[in-house]
Design a protein around this ligand. Structure first.
Ligand code: NAP
Length: 256
């Protein structure tokens, strides 16, 4: 693993909430934000024990995290999550909608349950978390909302229609919300990574992995630390002129 860039206080004094932060990209973002000076709320289906690596990483950066166990597709759970975060830290400056699931299935054999679950976790959750935390950002005219989409939301993927639809959905949500709130101090953007080595990708079939690998101009899958700097940029002062964008650390899978 490549060592992270030295921290330089880019997020000093900020409060961030990262969903799906027990693992993969969310874990990388949560720990990097703490290293850059932020207090971090770690939200995940996972309990404290399964989120331990993230929580320990944040503590090692000198911050005491708040862990909230919640299903981000559940409206009541999301309201409780927001209330817990606001009670502990008084505000949330940066929301990272990262929690997501992938289940490979062709449309012809996809179950309604699979479709509904993927859309609920990957798209409905982004609406719910955003709606829960946006008002306090607007009150202060200050906030950043960053949603982890996917390059498959831009180009589609065989065996991934529900996933690609959910990710195209969050890109549309991002652009729409950016048009609603950017003049009121809240900046809204998305990141659409290419295939990144995380537990999510580990669930893919070998056939899917080798087909995808052959399509990638860079010739390899990406690493979490190759996505994290984009999330730091969008949360920090350097990201102040990004509005409704979808940034693509994707190994060349998509070139716009
Ligand atoms: P990951 O390692 O599986 O992490 C996802 C995390 O989200 C897990 O900790 C998972 O918890 C949590 N989660 C799942 N459903 C949840 C729910 N309903 N409520 C709360 N937390 C939930 O996957 P990742 O690769 O880091 O993915 C992070 C994001 O990046 C996702 O939105 C994914 O679609 C996106 N992305 C990933 C790739 C890639 O190739 N890895 C590429 C493009 C985009 P459990 O483990 O307990 O279920």
């Amino acid at each position: 693993m490549t060592p992270p860039a030295p921290a330089s206080g880019l997020l000093d004094g900020r409060v961030a909430l990262v969903t799906g932060a027990a693992s993969g990209i969310g874990q990388g973002i949560a720990v990097a934000y703490a290293r850059e000076g932020a207090d971090v709320v770690v939200v995940d289906l996972a309990g404290e024990r399964d989120a331990a690596a993230t929580l320990d990483g944040i503590r090692a950066a000198g911050h005491e995290p708040l862990h909230v166990q919640a299903d981000v597709s559940d409206a009541a759970a999301v309201q409780a999550m927001a209330a817990a975060a606001l009670e502990r830290f008084g505000r949330v400056d940066v929301l990272v909608n990262n929690a997501g699931i992938f289940r490979e299935a062709l449309v012809e054999s996809m179950t309604v349950e699979d479709w509904d679950r993927v859309i609920a976790v990957n798209l409905r959750s982004v609406f719910l978390c955003t709606r829960a935390l946006l008002p306090q950002m607007l009150e202060r005219s200050d906030g950043r909302i960053i949603t982890i989409a996917s390059q498959l939301g831009q180009i589609g993927g065989a065996g991934a229609a529900h996933y690609a639809a959910s990710k195209a959905g969050v890109i549309g949500l991002t652009k729409s919300l950016a048009r609603e709130v950017s003049a009121r101090g809240v900046l809204v953007n998305a990141i659409a990574p290419g295939p990144i080595e995380t537990p999510l990708l580990a669930g893919e079939t070998e056939a899917w992995r080798s087909t995808k690998l052959a399509e990638l101009p860079i010739g390899r899958f990406g690493r979490v630390e190759e996505v994290v700097p984009t999330a730091v940029l969008l949360a920090s002062a350097g990201g102040s002129y990004y509005v409704g964008q979808t940034l693509g650390p994707n190994g060349g899978d998509v070139m716009l």
